[in-house]
Design a protein around this ligand. Structure first.
Ligand SMILES: *Cc1c(COP(=O)(O)O)cnc(C)c1O
Length: 413
């Protein structure tokens, strides 16, 4: 069978509408109206405020606080919930590293729970097993395009008085029992980075229904320490501020991107359903599962090979898929607990802070073996199609499916 070496169109969500919106702001010459002093513009200019209002309307939340990245958003959210140095925060190893490293910025300690093989999302039972007297919060990544098991997680959190933050960078618009992923926990953080479903180059947005948490995030975003006096803020916990401000131009672009989210997701879901149908007959290949009550918006199309059954390494399979015309197939994601920063326990300075600080009373373990499901996926079973990178036509999807069939046949899988 002849396999085409076709080139795939890169994913592009930006068009004439964004160009017009950016030009509208460019003409004013006012690219940011934030003031790091107590005034009306402490909350940003007209585009920022309109964007935040529209985001809140769309996702049905009380407050949206825009920031310059989801990483900044996670830092702001973790500061807002009042973390103390030495507190432990549970998160997943199967996520972009910022879900974990953002915890360190408040001198708190990331603790890793394992994931569920079926969805790649954090496993509530593993969360439960990681709770200690020092646990203060949980950062829940809604990974690859669908919400984690948030009902169970929220109930564990309630029982143990923990705050929960959703890292929803990969799942904007995914539904969980009728509400949007990212709006269920105390705070949800979205990314507007170039590689995400919708973007403003760089950017992020934190959502919450809690007035106090929203105010804290607004303060952390914009040099909070400088305005607490005139604003009359009494609680100074974690009020030391950063500059996490988004620009007016980005906000104007973001407003247009939000209008396109539904149609962009529809196309991504159609592409992914093409793969679901076309790959299901391949032996030893597990397709992405969507949890009951959830919708999936497919940031990555996460596959699993059954390495015990197949006898060919996933590296070899990925190499052949890429050689034969399937684009960008990758076979490693993240085992965050195994990153050098956690293996060596060195974050600030060179002497092991914050783990060796006297304020930290726990004893967190980052050894290989603590997250067997995530580790098996990383070491031998995970394969992914980066559907976020391409704008795939029906013909592209068929061609990629034929490539999988050829590789499976060549390896006699
Ligand atoms: C992309 C991503 C982030 C970071 O987003 P930025 O806006 O680039 O800072 C955080 N968490 C997850 C799960 C992501 O995919």
């Amino acid at each position: 069978m002849k396999i085409s070496k076709r080139k795939y169109k890169p994913y592009k969500s930006i068009g004439a509408e964004e160009l017009k919106a950016a030009t509208r702001v460019l003409k004013t010459g006012e690219f940011s109206k934030f003031l790091g002093a107590w005034s009306e513009n402490f909350y940003g200019g007209p585009e920022i405020r309109a964007f935040e209002r529209e985001w809140s309307d769309y996702f049905q939340v009380k407050h949206s606080v825009s920031v310059n990245s989801a990483t900044s958003g996670l830092i702001a959210a973790l500061g807002a919930i009042g973390l103390e140095p030495g507190d432990e925060v549970i998160t997943s190893p199967w996520t972009m590293c910022a879900s974990a490293t953002s915890i360190l910025f408040w001198n708190s300690i990331p603790v890793f729970a394992d994931i569920k093989r079926s969805t790649f999302n954090i496993d509530p039972e593993s969360i439960r097993s990681r709770i200690t007297p020092y646990t203060k919060a949980i950062v829940v990544p809604n990974i690859f395009g669908q919400a984690a098991d948030l009902k169970k997680i929220m109930s564990i959190a309630k029982q143990h008085h923990l705050k929960v933050i959703e890292d929803n960078a990969q799942s904007p618009g995914a539904l969980y029992h009728g509400v949007y992923a990212g709006t269920i926990a105390d705070i949800g953080v979205f990314s507007l980075n170039y590689h995400k479903h919708i973007h403003t180059g760089e950017g992020g947005i934190c959502v919450t229904n809690d007035d106090h948490l929203a105010e804290k995030m607004q303060l952390i975003r914009n040099h909070g320490e400088a305005v607490v006096g005139p604003k009359g803020v009494k609680d100074l916990t974690n009020i030391i501020g950063y500059n996490f401000r988004l620009t007016e131009i980005q906000a104007a672009i973001g407003r247009e991107q939000l209008k396109k989210l539904k149609s962009l997701l529809k196309r991504r879901v159609e592409t992914s359903e093409g793969f679901l149908n076309g790959l299901k007959h391949l032996s030893g290949l597990e397709l992405p599962a969507t949890e009951k009550g959830s919708t999936h918006v497919y940031y990555h199309f996460g596959l699993k090979v059954n390495s015990k059954e197949l006898k060919v390494s996933k590296e070899k399979i990925a190499e052949q898929l890429n050689k034969n015309g399937a684009p960008g197939i990758f076979c490693k994601y993240v085992n965050a607990h195994l990153l050098p920063i956690f293996q060596r326990k060195i974050a600030f300075g060179s002497r092991g802070f914050p783990w060796n600080s006297p304020v930290y009373k726990g004893n967190v373990d980052y050894s290989k073996g603590i997250c067997p499901v995530a580790e098996t996926l990383q070491d031998s079973d995970f394969l992914g199609i980066p559907v976020c990178l391409y704008d795939l036509s029906k013909a592209d999807v068929s061609s990629i499916i034929r490539t999988f069939e050829k590789v499976w046949k060549d390896f006699r899988l």
